[in-house]
Design a protein around this ligand. Sequence first.
Ligand code: NAD
Ligand code: HSE
Ligand code: NA
Length: 815
Amino acid sequence: MNILKFGGTSVGSAQSISALMEILKKEKGDENPIVVLSAMGGVTNTLLEMAENARNASDYADQLKQVEARHFEVIRTLLPAGAQNPVLTKLKIYFNELEDILQSVYNLRELSSQTKDLILSYGERCSTVMVSHIACQHFANALFVNGAELIKTDSNFGQAKVNTQLTETLIRDFYESNKDKLLFVTGFISSNEEGRITTLGRGGSDYTAAIWGGALNAQEIQIWTDVDGMLTADPRIVKKAFSLPELSYIEAMELSYFGAKVIYPPTMTPAFLKKIPIVIKNTFNVDFEGTYIKHGAHASNLPIKGISSIDEISILNLSGSGMVGKAGFSGRLFSLLSREQINVVLITQSSSEHSITFAVKPSDALKALSLINKEFELELQARKLEYPEVENGLSVLAIVGENMKRTPGISGKLFNALGRNGVNIRAIAQGSSEYNISVILSRADLSKAVNAVHDAFYSDLKKTLNVFCLGTGNIGKTLFQQLQNQMPFLAKNNDLQVKVMGVSNTRKMYLNPDGLDLANWEETLETQGEQADLGEFIKQMKNMNLANCVFVDNTASHNPIQFYLDVLQSSISVVTCNKIGNSAEYDQYVAFKQAARKHGVDFYYETNVGAGLPIIRTLKDLMLSGDRIGRIEAILSGTISYIFNNFKGDRLFHEVVKEAQDLGYTEPDPRDDLNGKDFMRKMLILARDAGYALEEKDVAIESMLPADCLAAASVPDFYVAMEKNAAHFENLKQEAAKGNKVLRYIGKLEDGKVAITLQMVDDSHPFYMLSGSDNIISFTTDRYKERPLVVKGPGAGAEVTAAGVFADIINVGKR
Ligand SMILES: NC(=O)c1ccc[n+]([C@@H]2O[C@H](COP(=O)([O-])OP(=O)(O)OC[C@H]3O[C@@H](n4cnc5c(N)ncnc54)[C@H](O)[C@@H]3O)[C@@H](O)[C@H]2O)c1
Ligand SMILES: N[C@@H](CCO)C(=O)O
Ligand code: NA
């Protein structure tokens, strides 16, 4: 025989009660199950408020009317007119009684815990009477049972202690004579020796189910709720949290102790003692198999079973020389707190015995403080103890699992995930059971921390990269296209989810904690975006406080650069194709790298040189493996390459430039390519990566433009100037052709000196054979001495550049 307990949401509406009936039809085998019910969702709270309102001489009549109306509406919806009257009458009697009680509270301005229990009992009584009557439509043998009469307790109202022996006898006797019935039992309520109503405290209906299960040796106890069982983390915090198929009792206890409100642990004791499995099921998703809590639960291959948290916690720290070697000191402290009913959530003690830190609910913190000040007055005055202080605004995060005991590296993984995401740990405690490790951290970091830890432990399951993008031009647009196309593949083959959480251009910005749908990002940005404000964008990005964040700069602007440091210091990785940052002052370039290292995040800029070609990466690998760069020779302007390769026949120079611009090879401002500035930036970045502390002025640039082209004040002027100077370019071309040579704009780094020159090279030169927008770079190093290491290929264009940015983003995800 099974016990089926339905929580508040499962009896909360006509719809859920219909679902409940269907579940009963399915679950009802040869033996009748026993159904335990909670009050309709929200009713217990309303009853409590009404009681307090009555005591404070405030109005409660409206609330009473609403509670009544909710019940009546369900009855009118689910019962045919002819069957409504008997149950409406019964409920009306309950509500009249309740009104009388509230009126007395109102008159006396007094609310005892005994009266409070009586008032609360109407929640379960009303719901159970109602549901049992509705059940009569489906089952001939439905019977309402006032569970209060069978569960006997002491007179500790509000949290009564069960007289197990007597209760079990009563339940067994009752069941013996009612086996043939389908019993609908009120949860939560009980009665004392005099027959007065008591309640079982928090999670009381689960407790009722467990008590009945224990008394009758049930096969299993099913807890029907509105979520898919126990999850790896709070799904409101971690979108990727998933249901656990099995847990041991202890794991369920630990998980529920912090957070997971699916069941309340003490309620499980009767089931635990008799080894009765508990299954958590979802009334609103009957296909969900359920989470099984049982003895000998499969130690699955999950290193931890879940992450739980307490949102708000305060800590107190007691320290001082007076504690060293003083046996019984912590005994004195904690018996004091327990005597005063202050629940200590967590304790850590330093190995030197110099200090004890403990966590309590914020509402208990000041009381604890004053108790300590009183109890240890002498020690405090003698300065043997420091005056303790309360620290607020903190949360607890705990990882839970029985496998932890056997698996090395669990705590390392936990701390690494937190550290990498810039989460500062205030205190650590490991349960002596080794079933949980808890850390105290700033409340502002909790959501990020839980996500980071979830990703770290279930990384083989799926990892999310949260991406914030600046720039929706040539490169930005193409990147979004590529991301959208590739997402299913990444999810399937790499368990990686890339989510664009924010985007901005110069006009508009849009951030969304649920992520941006890339299928229509342009429309979303246009219609829902707010006016762009870079500082605000960064601020909102930081405030989202997400784990695994990447800030992507796809602009050609100076403005984002000033935020890189701040972003890196906020433990957010930076990926940039914008060369301005790395090619400005050397000190700034160094600062970016140091900040990334210090905060355990990445700073990637592969596309700064040669677009998607693996140039930065190659140089880095050479340096890391101890090679020494002797010389770098390179063609690194895709635009100029394209121009020289296509400036043929009777084509005019400026026309070819325009073509390169239309093909997306040039900088937003093509003058930056033609005047050598873009090339200079790349050479400077390479030189710096090769270990030289150079500045812009150290790069000698031979210009290929006549003076009035260089002086052009705008892009249109620039085109006019190039057209006017057609003869100059034609001469260059002719001269090269005469010697069977081609024009090449070549950069060279040697002995710490950088120069970019215009050359005419013949077919003996390794750079002779280039086509399209090709870049080529040759590294001559200690190891690549006789023949250099060469990287060659298209070095400009939206597709290859966006692909390079994409690869950098994915590389952030890999770590
Ligand atoms: N085209 C290539 O082959 C290539 C190769 C490597 C690197 N890059 C680099 O890619 C970058 C982008 O080039 P593009 O051709 O896409 O430029 P683009 O002009 O087409 O787009 C630039 C985008 O940046 C936005 N923007 C500018 N300032 C901004 C700010 N302060 N805040 C937010 N958004 C801002 C603009 O609104 C625009 O959407 C440049 O830095 C360029 O050097 C380009
Ligand atoms: N404008 C650049 C883009 C690649 O960085 C070029 O032509 O090389
Ligand atoms: Na590159």
